[in-house]
Design a protein around this ligand. Sequence first.
Ligand code: SF4
Ligand code: SF4
Length: 418
Amino acid sequence: MLRGTKIENNKNISVKTKIKKYDKPDYVYIPLKTYKNNKFDVLVKEGDYVLKGQEIARSKDKYDFPIHSSVSGIVKEIINKNYIDNKKVKSIVIENDFLDKEEKIGSKKKINTYTKEQVIEIIKNCGVVGMSGDNFPTYYKYNHDLKINKLVINAVESESYLTSDFVTLSIRTSEILETIDALMEIFNIKECVIAIKDFNKRGIENLQEYVGSYPNISIRVVKDNYTLGWEKYLIEYLFNIKVKKYPMEKSILVNNVSTIYSIYKALKYRKPITQRLVTFSGNALKNPQNIIVKIGTPINEIIDSIGGYKKNTNPIIIVNGPIMGNMIVDDTTVITKEVAGIAVLDNKDNIEEMDCINCGKCINICPVQISPVLIMDEKNNKNIKRLHPEKCINCGLCSYICPSKIDLRKKVLDKVGK
Ligand code: SF4
Ligand code: SF4
């Protein structure tokens, strides 16, 4: 049964535009934060010259993980700067010398010639993370002795406005297939399914052109249903297998398609993630498009570089899309690895929250069958527990559907302290 709903996807706005590159920030601000890691050893000091791709900090906090410079230039200082969750994070400021000097990293290699251990080490040291919003260190998914039976490549990209996964898959099809094939060979994975939404005609055509050479990789075209981007639900839809906590409990590993392309660059060229493709879209932007940007570039600079905001609009900026994303309060916040897109929307329709009219729509739409309105209204902790707010998957559909414009997702997550 398909749970969730079809949402207005607004993808045509950016999907066919030419890809632009913005690589001229005077300064980049590299946040000392990765997934749940907050404690870092800083490896550079004020006045040091750094190369693009140089490791400038390392965390041994929850996950061993490096932070790299995205430009060559001079380290200026460490400041507190707003992160995409609107909290302040220590960030290393580097003045760009526009020379893009890189560390010498040896010749390119056939990517299927590595051992498991080498793959894990390389993708860790290149800072590969989940590129669709979670920022989870990718090496961790492969770093165990469990058998992986199925690899699922999530190219569904459910969020409204975002097309960076769609475009990456369409223009890097052969590299993505080559990487999947190498991972399957190295980790002895028998089957791979690439899940792609029916909307992405170009991606499907390109995959069909090449996939014949890979008998163990298949394509599953999925409906334009919002919740199919959620990995647990995608697995249930594809294989009729229910996952309680993590896909690996069923020997299934899920990677986002843009993450696979980052793995390719890491294995082929030993290139750390210093840039990424980001969708800039929405009705308050003059020229929506997909742009390759350096990690640590302020969002307002990039928006200026494509013509800025439309006249007579009252723009709001939402990182990673309006349904699941987060509205930022400061447009000098920088692009990080997990930023797949920026929706810039005219706030004229964004009317004030009104009183609940008890329509029940939020209850009917919730894919995990909890009751957002009841959770919002409940004050007693014991009663809240019985309503299971912890089951919330943060999909945002309740806020999307609510006619009274109540941000139910936030209210539910607040009750569980997420
Ligand atoms: S309560 Fe959570 S899971 Fe349910 S619709 Fe709202 S955000 Fe999605
Ligand atoms: S969708 Fe909004 S208005 Fe309708 S019951 Fe839920 S909270 Fe109330």
